[in-house]
Design a protein around this ligand. Structure first.
Ligand SMILES: Cc1cc2nc3c(=O)[nH]c(=O)nc-3n(C[C@H](O)[C@H](O)[C@H](O)COP(=O)(O)OP(=O)(O)OC[C@H]3O[C@@H](n4cnc5c(N)ncnc54)[C@H](O)[C@@H]3O)c2cc1C
Length: 465
């Protein structure tokens, strides 16, 4: 059952808090914007009414749900379409006996953690930002630093409420092909209205963190395999004297009994600074980033065990700086996130080499390990290594360099993450996602008229033009 706030019937003349308004949307990486009609339904019935409006007016190119807009590319925008922003689909109910929470699709991970952690519960999978909606987390089947032990976000979803293209409110559970097609389905199977999520019990808002400084990529891979906590991540410096040197952390929840006296911390983090709108992108050049990386590398302890850190500070470091994509200036950046299976480690070096040869600087590079893939045909993670590179979009030669990287990744049996993608071509998508046709078959049955669309889906051929 959805949270009670979502059940309210539509009252008065409107179907939403305000009528559709023309607006420009872009992804978190700041790519080319799309102009569409934006609507903020505030309950399930209003989402259904918006779908009816789409059918009767027939002036829009399609319909798409949008959460917090934290996908990096064009996944949450639709030029000429009706975009349903889920920010008002709020409300959640904790069931302590079952250890589950049922939340509206527009509730963010940060809002959940803020309420649940003091009550002794945690969402088992969180991404690198707390500003992600539950709908977006399911539609991207997102992963955290603990994929090796916890799997994706979808692995903890017991049930979803989905508005279908036919206007039905479906309650879907694992085992239903429509449920699997919605995990990682990028909003193309319907609007997720609510979800019931299994929680993990925690007794403090703290983590115990082990840190190792490593000299190269091989050192990072080894440190990510070392015994220790399940939340594992490596920051790599690709601009320094030894590309691939970095800092590896492994963290685990700290039981309440082990929290040092006087320790203070929270499960979320407040932005302490912001990047001003006038920030000159000329400041973000390889030499300046290399100097910053040098400082960051030297400041990290060579080896440290058991440092106590609040969940928020450790899990969401970027959230402390609001509007940080502005650092990249007007043209923005592309995040290229790939995964290759274990055994294909040489492909990581091959991709780094492609970027270096094309002089495309990777300003931020993050490496993680993944456990086995799940049953969702478009889910990104598979057992192997994932690397995310933040690359300035304006770098000359970036497009052909990433096309070459796509070919290497596909050849290794890997794939690129759709939640981050802003430029992949349809042939690359087909090569990387072998269960694409299986997903299409479920989707086409559920949405024969092609109601749900996005710029990403049209660009990559996920849906027909
Ligand atoms: C700083 C940062 C760190 C990140 N770290 C990670 C990470 O560690 N792991 C990871 O996996 N991802 C990570 N991400 C990516 C992010 O988790 C995903 O892109 C996520 O989907 C964003 O959620 P959102 O609410 O912003 O959705 P949006 O970006 O608004 O939408 C993303 C997709 O979800 C669909 N969608 C949204 N809401 C609904 C709904 N109610 N019903 C149906 N479809 C819907 C949209 O149509 C779109 O296709 C990170 C992003 C940032 C900015």
């Amino acid at each position: 059952m959805p949270p009670v706030e979502l059940l309210a019937p539509v009252s008065g003349p409107g179907v939403a808090a305000s009528p559709p308004a023309l607006g420009r949307l872009h992804g978190w990486g700041g790519g080319p914007p799309a102009t569409g009609w934006l609507l903020r339904p505030d309950r399930a019935a209003a989402v259904r009414a918006a779908l009816e409006m789409f059918r009767t007016r027939a002036i829009w190119t399609g319909v798409l749900a949008r959460g917090m807009g934290r996908s990096y590319g064009d996944a949450a925008q639709l030029g000429g379409g009706l975009v349903l922003e889920t920010a008002l689909l709020k409300g959640y109910e904790l069931d302590e006996r079952e250890g589950t929470v049922t939340a509206g699709a527009g509730v963010t991970i940060g809002e959940l953690l803020g309420g649940l952690v003091p009550a002794g519960w945690m969402v088992p999978v969180v991404p690198g930002t707390q500003h992600v909606s539950i709908g977006g987390a399911i539609a991207g089947d997102i992963h955290g630093k603990n994929h090796g032990s916890a799997g994706t976000f979808g692995a903890h979803v017991a049930e979803i409420g989905l508005l279908s293209a036919a206007g039905e409110e479906l309650a879907l559970a694992p085992g239903d092909p429509r449920f699997a097609a919605t995990l990682g389905g990028m909003g193309l199977t319907g609007v997720i209205l609510w979800a019931r999520i299994r929680l993990r019990a925690v007794s403090s808002p703290f983590l115990a963190v082990d840190t190792d400084r490593v000299d190269d990529l091989d050192g990072a891979l080894a440190a990510l395999r070392a015994p220790g906590g399940p939340h594992r991540v490596a920051w790599l410096d690709l601009l320094g004297p030894r590309p691939g040197r970095g800092i590896v952390t492994r963290a685990e929840h700290l039981p309440g009994a082990d929290v040092p006296a006087g320790a203070r911390g929270a499960a979320t983090v407040a932005a302490r600074a912001t990047v001003p709108p006038w920030w000159p992108s000329t400041l973000l050049v390889p030499r300046a980033v290399a100097a910053f990386n040098e400082f960051r590398f030297r400041r990290a302890p060579r080896r440290e065990r058991g440092r106590v850190e609040p969940i928020g500070r450790h899990m969401f470091p970027l959230d402390a700086l609001a509007a940080w994509p502005r650092l990249y200036g007007r043209s923005g950046f592309v995040q290229y996130q790939l995964v290759v299976p274990y055994g294909a480690e040489s492909m990581l070096n091959a991709v780094i080499d492609q970027l270096r040869r094309a002089s495309v600087p990777a300003y931020l590079t993050v490496l993680k390990d993944f456990g086995p893939a799940n049953d969702a045909p478009l889910s990104f993670p598979l057992a192997g290594w994932t690397v995310a590179f933040d690359l300035p979009r304006a770098a000359p030669g970036i497009a052909p360099a990433l096309d070459r990287c796509d070919a290497l990744v596909a050849q290794a049996g890997g794939r690129v993450y759709l939640s981050k993608d802003a430029r992949m071509r349809p042939d690359a998508l087909r090569a990387m996602y072998p269960r694409l046709e299986e997903w299409r078959a479920v989707r086409d049955r559920a949405d024969p008229d092609g109601v749900w669309r996005s710029d990403l889906a049209l660009r990559t051929g996920l849906v027909p033009p």
